[in-house]
Design a protein around this ligand. Structure first.
Ligand code: TEU
Length: 543
């Protein structure tokens, strides 16, 4: 177990993201719950993870599956009670697993008591908790668009003003310029720290310092000032791991966020690689092939730039992204091989790896008729593109490739009814491939994706070079192979991944032929031929 009294214990940790709604139901309601997570803690312990990031479980009308919080100190009854949360924290601690809560601090639900008061009158002390502008019903302050479509301004007739919402109208943005808002947030975080949580993920944190009159939402001028104040008043009072979601982060900004002095956060999620397979300047739905060399160079840049100056987060999946094995791997013939190859590519790097539920099983995307989708982003997109006259097939192709429900289908535990997720009716369709892709089968199979992840996670704990080593990209232009070296105090790793469905010829660099194979997803390779999706990590100890 990691020594969590050390400030930077998380540098050798591995996190696992749970989407609670889809993880494990214990009541037959069709949605997952906290008791379900407790039931599966031993499974997670077997995998070897140290931190559990839970997507929001706070009280919420669930317009955006909990990313619209109506009470930051209460658990939504759908998931259980505060006592269940306390039990989860305690049971996690027994197993060396800390709980990381997902705080949505950029906006609240429109059902939050603050907002209900705020919209009653301009004189309410809560009015200034949100972002308001004057206007007339037919003329919003400007033409800023919400991330989920439509204007970012919503008219409130009663007080004759517009409020600003970056996401759905039911997610009004909080006004961080108001010190009273900031104080409320600090008190709430301190309260959760008292409950024993070990970390926080901060939703869209790069959006909090907005200047909507200037059209600025991300990376506003006061962003890092706010973060330093937040951190000094809360996180720095304990030994926490914190990660901010920052779509707008480049490496320079990431160095501020994740400065080694701990003045802001431990790290951020950046998305530079995740937007490569879309047409430049367009939306994620506007598909384009992954530019492989560009992807490698982008990872290499982040690895190099943040080495010694910040910290990376490493992820290929989350609740907003499609399943990587379907996206960048091969979810058919080479599903197991490609899932392992992509994992090797990522887990060999420096930073904190995040495994998203089901990734360790090689779970795949899903294709559903439109009426079966539940995600508001997907449904809004469908409606909007229909109105624009985009052909049905093209819209569905985008949704199959990038829709958020790909990641949100229920966790596949076994080959029983509803994959062992629920005895009721699942809130979102279970992927029919659960008969073969499920945790029980994976645990029984020594060659499963699960056991491969288990080994990758264990290697990080065993060899300091995984945690501390520097990074050198090799074969930058090779169209199939992702190859890099890590090195730390004379210890070296060579990571070679064939990320293609074709054989690749590759002679190992001199001196590596007789090295130790720490992990590999197939035999061979050392003779210069890599089979489709073959990957391995080689090790050489200091001489
Ligand atoms: O996502 C941030 C965000 O910018 C999303 O709009 C993201 O771009 C989109 O999901 C990609 O398809 C966070 C949460 O992760 C997401 O689940 C929430 O819906 C969103 O914030 C609003 O809170």
């Amino acid at each position: 177990m990691l020594d969590k009294t050390k400030k930077d214990w998380w540098k050798s940790a591995v996190a696992y993201q749970i989407y609670p709604k889809s993880f494990q139901d214990t009541t037959g309601s069709g949605t997952g719950d906290l008791q379900g997570i407790i039931r599966r803690l031993d499974y997670l312990k077997t995998l070897g993870v140290d931190v559990l990031w839970l997507s929001p479980v706070f009280a919420s009308p669930q317009v955006d599956n909990g990313y619209d919080i109506s009470d930051y100190r209460a658990i939504d009854p759908m998931f259980g009670t505060l006592d269940d949360m306390r039990e989860l924290i305690a049971e996690g601690k027994k197993r060396g697993i800390g709980i990381m809560l997902d705080l949505v601090l950029n906006h609240s639900s429109d059902q939050h008591p603050w907002f209900l008061e705020a919209k009653k009158s301009k004189e309410s002390p809560y009015h200034d908790y949100y972002v308001w502008r004057d206007g007339t019903p037919d003329a919003p302050p400007n033409d800023m668009q919400a991330a989920f479509g439509g204007s970012a301004w919503e008219w409130v007739e009663e007080i004759g003003q517009y409020y600003f919402h970056q996401f759905a109208p039911q997610q009004p943005d909080l006004n961080w310029e108001n010190p009273a808002v900031r104080r409320e947030i600090y008190d709430m975080i301190l309260w959760w720290m008292d409950q024993g949580v070990e970390g926080f993920r901060l939703d869209v944190i790069d959006q909090i310092a907005k200047e909507p009159d200037e059209g600025i939402t991300g990376n506003g001028p006061r962003l890092h000032e706010f973060l330093r104040e937040l951190s000094a008043n809360t996180f720095q009072k304990g030994c926490l791991v914190t990660v901010g979601e920052a779509w707008g982060a480049d490496t320079e900004r990431a160095k501020l966020y994740s400065a080694p002095d701990g003045s802001e956060l431990s790290m951020v999620f950046q998305f530079e690689q995740m937007v490569l397979d879309q047409q430049k300047g367009k939306e994620k739905w506007d598909l384009a092939p992954l530019p492989f060399a560009e992807m490698k160079k982008s990872y290499a840049k982040w690895q190099k730039e943040l080495h010694g100056t910040g910290w990376n987060s490493l992820f290929l999946n989350n609740h907003d992204l499609p399943r990587t094995v379907s996206r960048w791997g091969d979810d058919k013939e080479y599903r197991v091989m490609s899932a392992k190859a992509l994992a090797t590519m990522l887990h060999g790097m420096q930073g904190m790896p995040y495994v998203y539920q089901g990734e360790e099983l090689g779970m795949t995307n899903i294709r559903l008729p439109i009426e079966k989708y539940r995600d508001l982003e997907t449904l809004n997109l469908y409606r909007a593109r229909k109105e624009q006259g985009v052909p049905e097939e093209e819209i569905m192709r985008s949704i199959y490739a990038k829709g958020r429900d790909n990641a949100r289908t229920p966790m596949q535990w076994d080959d029983g009814e509803n994959a062992g997720f629920t005895t009721g009716t699942p809130w979102l369709t279970v992927n029919e491939n659960y008969h073969t892709i499920n945790a029980k089968a994976a645990l029984d199979d020594p060659d499963s994706v699960f056991h491969y992840y288990q080994k990758l996670i264990a290697l990080r704990k065993q060899y300091p070079v995984f945690v501390h080593g520097d990074f050198t990209l090799l074969e930058a232009e090779h169209p199939q192979l992702f190859v890099y070296e890590r090195s730390y105090e004379g210890d070296r790793l060579l990571v070679v991944c064939n990320l293609s469905g074709q054989q690749a010829a590759y002679a190992l660099p001199q001196g590596w032929e007789d090295s130790e194979v720490l992990i590999a997803n197939a035999e061979g390779g050392l003779d210069g031929t890599f089979s489709p999706w073959q990957a391995m990590i080689l090790y050489k100890a200091k001489v």
